[in-house]
Ligand binder design. Structure first.
Ligand SMILES: Cc1cc2nc3c(=O)[nH]c(=O)nc-3n(C[C@H](O)[C@H](O)[C@H](O)COP(=O)(O)OP(=O)(O)OC[C@H]3O[C@@H](n4cnc5c(N)ncnc54)[C@H](O)[C@@H]3O)c2cc1C
Length: 476
C-alpha cells in the first residue's frame, strides 16, 4: 500500500502532457488540488499516427491538439509552455526555461526520444518521434521522387528510388507498408519519366522475426502482407555501416538516399534530473506505486519509467501503459489528499495492434488474433477512439475513407525547403544536424558526408558499432 503522507500535498506539477501526463491531469480536473502542467510543446501529440504524417496521409494538425484547449474548462489546472531541464530536489522545484516551479507532488511523464546509436551518422537517420521529424521524413521521401524524375544518371536515380527503414517493430512495419503504398498507388501515375512503382523499399530487422512482441504467427502474417505490398524484409540483419548514399547490412550494400530510423527509443533524461536508478534505456526504476525510491512524492510514469509486469518483463512502452499509469497516480494523489492509502499499480494488458498498409492490420488481444481487413477495422476504430477531439476524429476518419476509396494521399506537400536540387536536400540535412548539436560544430564525419551529397559517389563514413535491436525492451 502506498503511504499517506501527513504533510499538505496540494501543489501538483505534471511535466509532460503526452498520454500519461494528460490522463493524470484530466483525472485531477475539478478537484481541490492545485495542478500545473508543463510541456515543451503547446500541443498533445498522438504519436501512433505520426507515420501517416511522414507518408503524406494526414496533416500534423490532424493528430495534435492544443493542451490549453483540451484543459480550457478546468479551473484548478494551469498550463505552462516550457522545457524542463532539471529538478531541485531539496527545494522541491522544477527548473524550466529559467523558471522555478514549486511542487508538493511531482509527476514526470516526459516519454522517450529516438535512440540512434551514438555514431556520427545517427544525425542522418530521422525517425518519426515528433511532428518536425514526421514532416522532415515526408519531405525527404517526396523530394527523392522529384529528384529521380529529372536525374540523368541511372545509378543516382536508383539510389533515390531506394528507401531503407531500419527496425521491424510496429513503427517500422507501418512506415515501410505506407511508403510502399505511396509509391505503388498514390504516386504511380503522377510522373512522366520514372515509374514510382519501381521504388525499392527495404525493411531491416536484426531479430529473427518482425514485431517480436506479437505472436510468431502474426509476425509471419505481417511479413507476408508486406511482401505483397512490395516491401523487401531482411531479418537477422543489423546495419553495420551508413552514409548519405546508403547502408551496409552485413556484406550487402543497399544504395539509398532515404534511410529512416525506427529501431528504438530511449527515455528522456528524467533519471538524470532525479539522480535515480535507471536501466540501459534511461528508464527510471520505480516502486510499485510508481514513485521514485526514496521520494514518495515524486512519480515517473509512461515511457520514462521502468516497471516490471506480472511476467517479470518490463511493461511495454506504449500509450496504454502510460494512460493507465497516469490515471493511477492521479487517483493515488486524490486518495492521499484525503489521508487514505492506495493499492499498488496493476497493469491491464489490452493487446497490441499494427497496421500494414491502408486496409490490413494485425491485432492481438489475449487469445484473439485478427488479420486483414477485419484487423484494420479494429485498428481504425481504436485509433479514432483514442484520438483527442471531435475535429481530429472526424477529419482522420474522413481522410481514411477518402484514401481507402481513391488510393490517394491528401498531404503530399514538400515544405521547409525550396528548389529541387540534391544540394538543397543536403542543406536541409545540415540544418537538422546542426540543430541537434545546438549549433555546435558538426563532427568531421557528418560534415564530410554532407559536402559529398552530390552526384559523385560519396566517401563512406565507417562506423565501429553494429545496431543490434534484438531484444531491446525500449524498441517500438
Ligand atoms: C511513431 C510511433 C508510433 C507509436 N505507435 C503506438 C501504437 O500504435 N500504440 C501504442 O500504444 N503506442 C504507440 N507508440 C508509443 C506511445 O506513443 C508512447 O508509449 C506514449 O506516447 C508514451 O506516453 P508518455 O506519456 O510516456 O510520453 P509522451 O506521450 O511521449 O509524452 C511526453 C510529453 O512530454 C513532453 N516533454 C518531453 N520532454 C520534456 C521536457 N524536457 N520539458 C517539458 N516537456 C517535455 C513532450 O513534449 C510530450 O508532450 C508509438 C510511438 C511512436 C514514436
Amino acid at each position: 500500500m502506498s503511504q499517506a503522507p501527513t504533510e499538505s500535498h496540494s501543489r501538483i506539477v505534471i511535466v509532460g502532457a503526452g498520454f500519461g501526463g494528460l490522463t493524470a491531469a484530466k483525472r485531477l480536473a475539478n478537484t481541490p488540488l492545485d495542478v500545473t502542467v508543463v510541456d515543451q510543446n503547446n500541443y498533445h501529440l498522438f504519436q501512433p499516427l505520426l507515420y501517416q504524417v511522414a507518408t503524406a496521409s494526414l496533416s500534423p494538425a490532424d493528430i495534435a491538439s492544443p493542451i490549453r484547449g483540451i484543459l480550457r474548462n478546468v479551473d484548478n489546472i494551469r498550463v505552462i509552455l516550457a522545457k524542463v531541464s532539471g529538478v531541485d530536489l531539496p527545494r522541491r522545484e522544477v527548473l524550466a526555461d529559467g523558471r522555478r516551479i514549486p511542487f508538493d507532488d511531482l509527476i514526470i511523464a516526459t516519454g522517450a526520444e529516438n535512440a540512434c546509436v551514438g555514431n556520427d551518422w545517427a544525425h542522418f537517420l530521422p525517425g518519426p518521434k515528433t511532428i518536425d521529424d514526421a514532416t522532415y521524413i515526408r519531405r525527404r521521401i517526396l523530394i527523392a521522387f522529384e529528384l529521380a524524375e529529372t536525374e540523368p544518371d541511372a545509378d543516382e536515380r536508383r539510389r533515390l528510388l531506394n528507401f531503407v527503414v531500419v527496425g521491424g517493430g510496429p513503427t517500422g512495419v507501418e512506415l515501410a507498408g505506407s511508403i510502399a503504398e505511396l509509391a505503388n498507388r498514390a504516386l504511380a501515375s503522377n510522373f512522366r519519366v520514372i515509374d514510382p512503382r519501381s521504388a525499392r523499399i527495404v525493411l531491416v530487422e536484426a531479430a529473427p522475426r518482425l514485431l517480436t512482441t506479437f505472436d510468431p504467427s502474426l509476425s509471419e502474417t505481417a511479413r507476408r502482407s508486406l511482401g505483397q505490398l512490395g516491401v523487401e524484409v531482411r531479418l537477422r540483419t543489423g546495419v553495420t555501416e551508413c552514409d548519405s548514399s546508403g547502408v551496409s547490412i552485413g556484406s550487402e550494400r543497399i544504395e539509398s538516399r532515404t534511410i529512416i530510423w525506427a529501431a528504438g527509443v530511449k527515455a528522456t533524461p528524467a533519471a538524470e534530473w532525479l539522480g535515480a536508478e535507471h536501466d540501459h534505456a534511461g528508464r527510471v526504476m520505480v516502486e510499485p506505486d510508481l514513485s521514485v525510491p526514496g521520494h514518495p512524492n515524486i512519480f515517473v510514469i509512461g515511457d520514462a519509467a521502468l516497471m516490471l509486469g506480472a511476467n517479470g518483463k518490463p511493461m511495454p512502452g506504449d500509450a496504454g501503459v502510460a494512460k493507465q499509469q497516469g490515471k493511477y497516480v492521479a487517483k493515488l494523489l486524490i486518495a492521499r489528499s484525503k489521508s487514505k492509502t492506495f493499492r499498488p499499480f496493476r497493469y491491464r494488458d489490452l493487446g497490441s495492434i499494427a497496421a500494414i498498409g491502408h486496409k490490413s492490420a494485425i491485432v492481438q488481444m489475449h487469445r484473439l488474433k485478427l488479420t486483414g481487413v477485419l484487423g484494420w477495422l479494429v485498428w481504425s476504430v481504436a485509433h479514432i477512439y483514442y484520438l483527442i477531439g471531435f475535429r481530429n476524429r472526424t477529419i482522420v476518419a474522413m481522410n481514411w475513407v477518402w484514401n481507402y476509396l481513391t488510393l490517394q494521399r491528401g498531404t503530399r506537400l514538400i515544405t521547409g525547403v525550396t528548389g529541387s536540387r540534391i544540394e538543397d536536400m543536403a542543406k536541409c540535412v545540415l540544418s537538422r544536424a546542426a540543430a541537434k548539436t545546438d549549433g555546435a560544430a558538426l563532427p568531421y564525419a557528418a560534415t564530410a558526408t554532407l559536402e559529398q551529397s552530390s552526384r559523385q559517389a560519396p566517401q563512406s563514413v565507417h562506423v565501429d558499432g553494429r545496431i543490434d535491436q534484438a531484444g531491446d525492451p525500449a524498441k517500438r
